[in-house]
Design a protein around this ligand. Structure first.
Ligand SMILES: [Zn+2]
Length: 506
């Protein structure tokens, strides 16, 4: 990497500057702030000025095209104006999203009459907003967005409920908190091997590889709790599996594992249920459950698992064993969701304790067919088997956080899922702070810039039902660096009066 110089110029002056450099080879970047960064190349080459377009509206698209594709750099030019076109979710929820969420959770009074009859009860209520993470790296900006949405939405729901009369006698007291559910059963990528078409892994809780990153998660949670005033807890997979309803949920899944395996894992046709090898210092588990054998021992559901090194081992679904079970993401999503539904149903019938409600906040990549087929479709079958008499199910409520996308529209991803050297271009531009919380701190970038932005989405929900690019967020950080007291969302285009034929009926 050579020296980086930045300056302000216009596209027409830029061409003069490049031509004036003669044979000095330069990569050129033009950002939407009209700052131009010259990166001195390691080898001299003539500038490819043929690709420079000069006018007041277009500028550099690519320089140094003679380089291999992996080293080529591109830029786009835009006006910095962000649009939030209404459609689908943003159309329906644009004015009072918190009211809608409380309604779906069944804790918003439906009518005045219903209020008196149904809600004037002394029992306190608790709403738990669940967020989750596989802590295999320091949280990147996309994860921070999801966490921030969990906390800020929790605060918004608390305030909305209190404004309606929560705790004043008109409505019971409601406490909203956040729970970070850490998935320590995720595979440690460095310990995953494949043999004869079967994948074997060791999980994070087995290798403890995640301990390096947990301080960043703790610090982020603490900052968000201070920012919002919302309390939080942190759970691990063993906590989930120890919860009251899990044995019944798992028993029902095991009894129907052939169908559920086919639908939850269409590539393997098996449910991905694992138990780590019990041999000391081994801990290997078969990743996809391809070799699992399901049977009953004295009437108790039992699974025979297979270790790459030590062969088969057996675990029954007993209280002593249940914490050992590990579930892949779709199976865990299903088990957790059904357990939360059962928790809400049970606490509504418990006249002594608090009523508990659950809301999940997760990334928008889980929205759509994934959730419809792997979650809601399964809930219908499972609940009929578990509670056939229950006619009104408290169906799960999930809020999806906008994705942070790269230039192509793909979500900014954990290093686990992208090739080595991905996002090098962000590093070259000193924008790699978006890739990890630790880098953000190291480069003096305040994550509160993200908190404030997410806060603006919850306050103006039409901003919530869309995705945001890396360029959008780097601009917010640039504005913060330029001395703004707080970052300002990108300017919004003034809406024009819709023509009748532009209005879609919904
Ligand atoms: Zn083993």
């Amino acid at each position: 990497m050579g020296n980086i110089f930045s300056m302000s110029t216009t596209p027409s002056n830029l061409l003069s500057l490049i031509q004036g450099c003669g044979s000095s080879a330069l990569d050129v970047y033009l950002t939407f702030t009209n700052k131009v960064a010259f990166l001195a190349a390691s080898q001299l080459r003539p500038p490819d000025t043929g690709r420079l377009l000069i006018s007041n509206t277009t500028a550099v698209q690519s320089v140094g095209k003679d380089h291999p594709v992996a080293n080529a750099r591109y830029t786009a030019v835009h006006d910095g104006v962000s649009h939030h076109p209404l459609g689908a979710g943003s159309y329906i929820f644009k004015t009072d999203f918190p009211k809608a969420v409380l309604t779906y959770l069944n804790i918003y009074p439906k009518t005045e009459v219903a209020t008196d009859q149904l809600f004037n009860r002394p029992r306190p209520r608790r709403l738990i907003v669940h967020i989750g993470a596989q802590p295999n790296n320091s949280p990147h900006a996309g994860t921070i967005i999801t966490f921030a949405l969990g906390f800020i939405l929790a605060r918004k729901l608390q305030r909305k409920y209190d404004d309606m009369g929560g705790g004043t006698g008109r409505l019971p007291l409601l406490t909203v908190s956040v729970s970070l559910d850490l998935v320590d059963t995720a595979p440690d990528a460095k310990k995953t091997i494949e043999k004869d078409g079967v994948a074997y892994q060791r999980s994070h809780r087995n290798t403890n590889a995640m301990k390096e990153f947990l301080p960043d998660y703790n610090e982020l949670l603490e900052r968000l709790s201070m920012f919002t005033g919302v309390p939080y807890t942190c759970t691990r997979q063993a906590d989930l599996l120890k919860s009251k309803h899990i044995p019944k949920v798992l028993e029902t899944i095991l009894a129907d594992h052939v169908r559920i395996g086919r639908e939850l894992s269409p590539e393997c046709d098996r449910i991905a249920l694992r138990v780590a090898c019990p041999v000391e210092d081994c801990g290997v588990a078969e990743k996809h459950g391809k070799l699992n054998q399901y049977h009953y021992t004295d009437g108790i559901p039992t699974v025979t698992f297979n270790c790459l090194h030590h062969g088969p081992h057996t675990s029954s679904l007993t209280p002593a064993n249940i914490e050992k079970f590990e579930l892949n993401t779709p199976l865990r999503n299903l088990v957790r969701g059904v357990a939360n539904m059962l928790d809400t149903i049970e606490t509504q019938g418990d006249v002594d304790g608090e009523e508990r409600y659950h809301l999940r906040v997760t990334g928008a990549d889980y929205a759509g067919m994934y959730q419809e087929q792997l979650f809601y479709r399964q809930i219908n079958c499972l609940m009929k088997a578990i509670l056939p008499e229950c006619s009104q199910l408290p169906l799960p409520v999930i809020c999806y956080a906008p994705l942070l996308t790269d230039w192509s529209g793909a979500k900014l991803s954990k290093s686990l899922y992208v090739k080595e050297g991905a996002y090098t271009y962000l590093e070259e531009q000193n924008k790699d702070y978006l890739l990890s919380y630790s880098k953000m701190k190291e480069m003096g970038k305040d994550p509160e810039v993200i908190f404030r932005e997410v806060e603006s989405w919850v306050d103006d929900p039409k901003r919530l039902f869309r995705h945001y690019s890396v360029e959008y967020f780097t601009r917010l950080f640039e504005q913060a660096d330029e001395g703004n007291v707080r970052s300002q969302p990108a300017p919004v285009a003034a809406p024009t009066a819709p023509m009748p034929d532009n209005i879609l009926s919904i």
